[in-house]
Ligand binder design. Structure first.
Ligand code: COA
Length: 265
């Protein structure tokens, strides 16, 4: 099955049970706009439908990747920030849909993985990266914080000090460092990346699917306590920061390709 949504390509291989969703805005480094967020959700729903007439579980693993050779995803589209960038307050966000999706979702990261792109990867179950990938939370440069739980996730995986370092400095870290900190599961040399990921995911897709789903649910429970409350709080902070002059300045400076001057208002 191949299906092209406006900003995402979806494929399903019935032999292996592997579904792939390719975020397809390479000219914008696969930045998340509303359409892409919707298309990721629609893609997951489309893949889950493979289970409907199956005898057992047809969909065994989902790979989420970015089109082009530069980025997994460079974060929220800086052209149009809103509360929805952090998941919003209405329908379930793509972050939540990925997190709660019964089948494991694997982020295949080759290039920039920033801001909401990193939060999207963190909502996935596993993160596999090429060694020329870069990770970071640049939101602070726009007078914001990662609004979809990035600080919460990294605090759980790597500890609050690493989360604060990333989110307060906005600096990028390498795939090796991300793996050392527990943010990324595996790092592969770029020339071998495609083959290594294929092998890993094919292996995973071959495991007992109900057991894999139960393990996902179990791991979810383990981190649930406290996390939701933290994300809710981040959303409130995100909303407040959206109304600040510093955010306006950060966004304007980005658009005008100059250094921002923040006033703390
Ligand atoms: N939203 C919208 N467009 C984005 C984007 C984003 N988050 N990130 C990159 N782009 C666009 C650029 O505007 C550029 O478009 P153009 O070719 O029409 O000018 C294109 O993607 C390529 O990006 P560019 O900045 O030229 O590539 P680079 O290799 O010099 O730098 C990054 C790459 C990722 C370091 C840089 O693009 C960047 O810092 N992006 C913003 C990241 C960000 O702040 N994301 C989180 C927001 S919370």
């Amino acid at each position: 099955m191949d299906e092209a949504f406006e900003t995402a390509l979806v494929t399903f291989d019935s032999e292996t049970g592997i579904g792939t969703i390719t975020m397809n805005r390479p000219d914008a480094l696969n930045a998340l706009n509303g359409q892409l967020r919707d298309d990721i959700i629609a893609g997951l729903q489309r893949l889950e439908a493979e289970n409907e007439d199956a005898d057992g579980v047809a969909l065994r693993a989902v790979v989420l990747e970015g089109a082009g050779d530069k980025a997994f995803c460079a974060g929220a589209d800086v052209g149009g920030f809103s509360d929805d960038s952090a998941g919003g307050s209405g329908d379930r966000s793509h972050y939540e849909v990925i997190k709660d999706f019964p089948t494991p979702v694997i982020a295949k990261i080759d290039g920039y993985c920033l801001g909401g792109g990193l939060e999207t990867a963190l909502a996935c179950d596993l993160r596999l990266a090429s060694d020329d990938s870069a990770f970071g939370f640049p939101e602070v440069n726009l007078g914001l914080l990662p609004g979809a739980g990035g600080v919460q996730y990294v605090s759980k995986l790597a500890g609050p000090a690493v989360a604060k370092e990333l989110a307060m400095t906005g600096e990028h870290i390498s795939a090796e460092r991300a793996a050392e900190e527990g943010i990324v599961n595996r790092v592969y040399p770029a020339p071998e990346f495609e083959d290594e990921v294929d092998e890993f995911v094919t292996e995973l897709a071959g495991q007992a699917p109900l057991a894999v789903q139960a393990i996902k649910e179990s791991a979810q429970m383990a981190v649930q306590t406290g996390l939701e409350e933290g994300i809710r709080h981040d959303r409130e902070l995100f909303s407040r920061l959206l109304a600040t002059e510093d955010h306006e300045e950060g966004a304007a400076a980005f658009g005008e390709d100059r250094e921002p001057e923040f006033d703390g208002r």
